[in-house]
Ligand binder design. Structure first.
Ligand SMILES: Nc1nc2c(ncn2[C@@H]2O[C@H](COP(=O)(O)OP(=O)(O)OP(=O)(O)O)[C@@H](O)[C@H]2O)c(=O)[nH]1
Length: 487
């Protein structure tokens, strides 16, 4: 197999299995089958060894053909496992073609084998259920899913046939003595499973051993025979069940990891490791929804100055390094409450929920200083610093109240103009659902960013490396910009 066991811990190994090549996974399935066959072989050896004691419950003369069959199948599966582990030396095309054949050669005989063992060892719902479900699940994880599904159906068909066979007069070999339990008893009384087992075993003993029937021997047998067969079925089913649950758990853990990985890539900017624009906007929208009454909401748009010149002078790689280091500076300077994202090429969006204008101005000024102070080292001889321009806008709680009110009125008007559905009264103006009355316009984020962007332009116009507040601009320029972004 391509992955060497000693170099991997068991956790990493079980995860690595899912990344293995198909041939290796099929070989692993062959190894699992071999282990299961060996367990059956050991059980036969155990019964044979204690045949004097267990002969009362087991048809020993049937044990030998079963044991022989298990040995033959063990050798067969061992041969397949060996062949599969050599298969990976072949080229991919030949390997894939051969692999299908080998997978079928593995799972079809296994299906007949396990069905035979289940039938001969006495149809226990535990043993049959675990074998059916577990085998199918393992198959789905390790080989072609189509094959695993078909083999699963074949196993169900075989077990159903085996269950129905006695009703058609076909007597299948069964190691368990006296296994015919007719579902429709002549007795009017309801018998529990244990009582049935006890009677069955007592009868078997009386028939084959000439033991006198009495209730003490019944309870004796109930304890011994039932215990023996239950223990057998648990022994044969449990390792498979534990292993399958473990593999399933590993599979779910892998799926969780992949989901987190996908989410990370979907939400994160790869270069700067900040949130990307889409995720930044989603979080901004969420923060606006969660804004409490009386709280202000500030937005900063930060753009690096003369960034094209940095690319032209030092190359794109250094440009990338600058973007990464500026992103680090921002993350270090801001608290977790701030939402920092890469908004565009060399532009960053910083959202400060529940932050007043004065507080946001202080933060923006500090960010500007931090960036200009930060030295970017290109190599041992060369270093430089960059500056940034920042546009800030604070959406005050008074504006928020006004906007919500205007929106509510607009929605009420729209509702009033809508024709009422047939048979239903028209909504009264004040009858809008409460959530409607707290809504900000759907494009509120764009409006706030657009306003901050105007301040950013102004900062660039004024000579860069500075912070400009859109709120101050509105006061000084008679609200011209306010109208432009619809605030
Ligand atoms: N290295 C690098 N450069 C980028 C990336 N994204 C955008 N840019 C470059 O950033 C530059 C932005 O240039 P401009 O929009 O002219 O802005 P500027 O040179 O910073 O000038 P002002 O913004 O007016 O100060 C362009 O040359 C883009 O190619 C990136 O991910 N990596």
């Amino acid at each position: 197999m391509s992955v060497s066991f000693p170099h991997l811990g068991y956790k990493r190994l079980s995860r690595a299995i899912f990344e293995w090549q198909a041939a290796d996974r099929t070989a692993l399935l062959a190894v699992f089958i071999l282990m299961e066959v060996f367990l059956h072989w050991l059980w036969c050896a155990f019964v044979w060894w204690y045949q004097d004691a267990l002969g009362a419950y087991v048809y020993i003369h049937l044990l030998y053909p079963l044991w022989f069959g298990i040995t033959v199948m063990g050798v067969f599966f061992w041969g397949i496992a060996r062949h599969l582990s050599h298969l990976k030396r072949q080229t991919t095309a030949i390997k894939n073609k051969n692999l299908n054949k080998w997978q079928l050669l593995l799972v079809v005989p296994y299906t007949f084998y396990i069905a035979t063992v289940i039938i001969m060892v006495g149809y226990s719902s535990l043993f049959a259920g675990v074998s059916l479900v577990g085998g199918a699940m393992l198959g789905m994880m390790l080989i072609k899913r189509r094959y695993a599904w078909r083999v699963f159906l074949l196993q169900i068909a075989l077990i159903l046939l085996a269950i129905l066979a006695p009703y058609f007069g076909i007597h299948l070999p069964n190691l368990r003595q006296l296994t015919f339990v007719y579902p429709f008893l002549d007795s009017q009384n309801y018998l529990t499973y244990n009582e049935l087992m006890a009677i069955e075993n007592t009868l078997a003993t009386s028939v084959f051993k000439g033991v006198t029937l009495d209730w003490s021997s019944i309870s004796e047998l109930q304890r011994s025979s039932t215990f023996f067969w239950r223990a057998t079925h648990v022994l044969l089913a449990l390792p498979k069940a534990i292993f399958i649950v473990y593999m399933f758990r590993t599979l779910l853990l892998i799926l969780d990891d992949s989901k987190n990985e996908i989410l990370k890539h979907a939400n994160q900017d790869e270069l700067t490791q900040l949130k990307n624009r889409r995720y930044g906007l989603t979080q901004m929208k969420q923060a606006l929804k969660e804004l409490q009454d009386g709280q202000d909401f500030s937005v900063i748009l930060l753009d690096l100055d003369w960034f094209k010149d940095i690319n032209d002078t030092y190359g794109h790689e250094v440009g990338d390094q600058v973007l990464f280091e500026v992103a680090q500076t921002l993350t270090q300077a801001l608290t977790d409450a701030a939402i920092v994202s890469r908004y565009g090429g060399e532009e960053f969006l910083i959202v400060l929920p529940a932050t007043s204008h004065d507080g946001a101005m202080l933060i923006a000024e500090q960010l500007r200083k931090d960036i200009s102070k930060h030295i970017i080292k290109v190599d041992d001889n060369e270093a430089f610093s960059v500056t940034a321009s920042l546009g800030l806008y604070t959406f005050t709680h008074e504006q928020s109240v006004c906007m919500k009110q205007a929106r509510t009125e607009q929605l009420q008007l729209e509702a009033a103009l809508q024709p009422a559905p047939a048979g239903k009264p028209r909504h009264h103006r004040s009858a809008l659902p409460p959530e409607y009355q707290t809504l900000l316009p759907p494009d509120i984020c764009q409006r706030l960013i657009c306003t901050a962007d105007k301040a950013l332009y102004e900062a660039k116009d004024r000579g860069r490396d500075q912070v400009v507040s859109a709120n101050h601009m509105f006061v000084s320029e008679n609200s011209r910009h306010v109208m432009l972004c619809g605030i």
